[in-house]
Design a protein around this ligand. Structure first.
Ligand code: 13P
Length: 264
């Protein structure tokens, strides 16, 4: 199986860093990567700041012609209308957004997002030309019951309803076991590989092998510079969705440069 998938390191800032802090953080990240002569064609680097930071990040990326890209952490299933507090995918596209996280476990848990809503958000993102980072993964009790594979694949199935092979080939799927998020408890590289491979196999069953080979599958959950290389060594892991460690630009740069160890 030829692997032509470009690895993606995406930093999900969650509800951290205001727009001033965002500018400083992105500047420092860009400088650190530039000093290290980072090849963005070899490993793509993205940040997912809060909505209120996006215009500032766009201005900086445009002005300094930065190669890193950015995304949002959520999006509305609708294009416009009476949806107080929601953000249209069209507004995100206008801000030069590349990626949008959809179905993050914190959205599922605190905002009761179900598979049907996640599916609608994937579709609204695609319609606006954004690339969804579709998040799936099991909570601890499901893992303890040994049901993590069927649980995660059911979330995947639900999110993909009605999508074409072409749409799915362009998706990013992030496997994030809930018990490993923000806990310091990282899944082992074998755990990450098991689910990333299962996701790819499932996409092959639902679509075809070319689609399965094209889709990028990330691992997320307590990724740090000290553990990223062993996770990335697994054949079905195409990158990482990084929370806490992405708030420190030097640490996140090290994660993005997992192949070289040239930074730091
Ligand atoms: O939820 C995550 C990224 O979306 C993972 O967060 P942490 O890296 O802080 O565990």
């Amino acid at each position: 199986m030829a692997t032509t998938r470009t690895p993606l390191m995406a930093g999900n800032w969650k509800m951290n860093l205001d727009h001033h802090q965002a500018t400083h953080t992105v500047q420092k990240l860009a400088w650190t990567l530039k000093d290290a002569k980072h090849d963005f064609g070899a490993v793509e680097v993205a940040v997912l700041p809060p909505f209120t930071d996006l215009r500032s990040v766009q201005t900086l990326v445009d002005a300094d012609k930065l190669e890193l890209v950015y995304g949002a952490q959520d999006v509305s299933a609708h294009e416009s209308g009476a949806y107080t507090g929601e953000i249209s995918p069209l507004f995100l596209a206008k801000l030069g957004v590349t990626y949008v996280a959809v179905g993050h476990s914190e959205r599922r848990e605190y905002h009761h997002e179900d598979d049907a809503l996640v599916n609608a958000k994937v579709k609204s993102s695609l319609a606006a030309g954004l690339v969804p980072i579709l998040c799936v993964g099991e909570p601890l009790e499901v893992r303890k019951a040994g049901e993590h594979v069927p649980h995660t694949l059911a979330q995947l199935d639900g999110a993909l309803v009605g999508l074409s092979a072409e749409q799915v080939a362009g998706l990013v799927v992030a496997y994030e076991p809930v018990w490993a998020i923000g806990t310091g408890e990282t899944a082992t590289p074998e755990d990450a590989q098991e689910l990333c491979a299962a996701i790819r196999v499932r996409i092959g069953e639902l679509y075809d092998q070319a689609t399965a080979d094209a889709v990028r599958v990330l691992y997320g959950g307590s990724v740090k510079s000290s553990n990223v290389a062993s996770i990335m060594a697994k054949p079905d892991v195409d990158g990482a969705l990084v929370g806490g460690a992405s708030l420190d630009p030097e640490e996140f740069a090290k994660i993005a440069r997992y192949q070289s160890h040239q930074v730091g």
